[in-house]
Design a protein around this ligand. Structure first.
Ligand SMILES: [Zn+2]
Ligand SMILES: [Zn+2]
Length: 347
């Protein structure tokens, strides 16, 4: 008689084995056809370690809708601000493109350039200001994505559904990304640095986000009192700084970053014949300052440049080149010259 744990382990093993078979079938299909034609009707199940044992991630299930509800306040004259709207792409560049695009992604995940440790940590802290998990966790999920892109263990392929690829995958535990084994396998190099271990402990990466929110609020309060001479004026600017400076900026950066996982694996053109459905999506590329040239990125993951054609604007890479000129970073990885150019096909 098998214990419940043994039964559940056997079910998981069966599922993993079935997944391996499905993965092989997919690879055989890919060998015979262009991926672009297959994926129009291709559908995948959720990752194998998202199952009946998986916990719901309530902080996301509750937090994401709550953040979006806060958008309603933007319509109040007390909160509405043209300056706030103008700030969103600037804040997105400063916090998300530098912190997530250059920091979490091109540096920590792919080691596309080298820099002093203090600068790496600075970029990682900027990344933590976007409420997209800790550096180590982000790296685990993204390296797993590259290893199994658009195949069943991919944590956020939109071939499950667009909603799953965009945000749904955050709402339920995937033991393929949360187990100690996965951290060891995919982010062992990151966690060998005590700085990143400290961010993991006691939700410290989350408190980084809270502290920056408090700093925005305080800066608004002080500036408001200084500009209007009244406490009420200070409070109003404080609220605006908090909402536009942090909350609305976070929502903006969430959707453009999530769009890389969802839209840039569904819609856009392909420069390269990669073995998944990655796309170069100009709208996401604009929103993320370069991350949306995602087919280029899958073709050459280590390259710090995601725009490979002259018109594929990659502001994040431009920033990295500027840092290189200033002597702040070095050994910047350029696109591999031997990259096989993809036959021109329809998107
Ligand atoms: Zn991808
Ligand atoms: Zn990547």
């Amino acid at each position: 008689m098998l214990s419940i744990q043994q039964q559940s382990q056997r079910q998981t093993d069966d599922r993993l084995e079935a997944n391996e078979r499905s993965y092989d079938d997919t690879r055989i299909a890919l060998d015979q056809h262009s991926y672009a034609t297959i994926t129009r009707s291709w559908r995948l199940p959720r990752p194998p370690l998202v199952d009946e044992q998986s916990r719901f991630i309530w902080p996301y299930i509750v937090g994401v809708p709550l953040f979006h509800l806060a958008i309603l306040a933007a319509y109040l004259p007390y909160v509405f601000s043209w300056w706030g709207i103008a700030w969103l792409p600037i804040g997105n560049l400063l916090f998300c493109s530098l912190g997530i695009g250059a920091g979490y992604h091109r540096l920590l995940t792919h080691r596309g350039f080298k820099c002093p440790l203090w600068f790496e940590h600075f970029l990682a802290l900027l990344g933590a200001c976007n409420l997209q998990e800790s550096p180590a966790r982000w790296v685990v999920v993204h390296r797993l994505h590259h290893q199994h892109s658009d195949h069943e263990p991919d944590p956020h392929t939109p071939l499950v559904s667009w909603f799953w690829g965009h945000v749904g995958w955050l709402f339920i535990e995937n033991r393929g990304t949360t187990s100690a084994e996965s951290y060891h396998k995919y982010a062992g190099d990151i966690l060998s640095d005590p700085f990143y271990m400290r961010l993991e402990r006691n939700l410290n990466y989350f408190w980084v986000y809270v502290v920056q929110a408090a700093l925005f609020l305080t800066a608004g309060l002080i500036a408001g009192v200084f500009l209007t001479g009244t406490a009420a004026g200070g409070l109003q600017l404080g609220v605006r700084f908090l909402l536009w400076g942090v909350i609305y900026r976070t929502i903006f950066t969430w959707h453009v970053t999530w769009g890389v996982n969802s839209a840039a694996h569904l819609w856009g053109y392909r420069n390269y014949d990669t073995r998944e459905n990655s796309r170069n999506n100009w709208l996401i590329a604009l929103g993320t300052n370069g991350e949306g040239w995602h087919n280029n990125h899958h073709a050459d993951p280590r390259s710090a440049a995601h725009g490979h054609r002259w018109w594929e604007l990659d502001v994040t890479y431009a920033m990295i080149c500027l840092w290189e000129r200033l002597g702040l970073v070095w050994d910047v990885v350029r696109p591999t010259e031997s990259l096989p150019k993809r036959r021109k096909t329809s998107p």
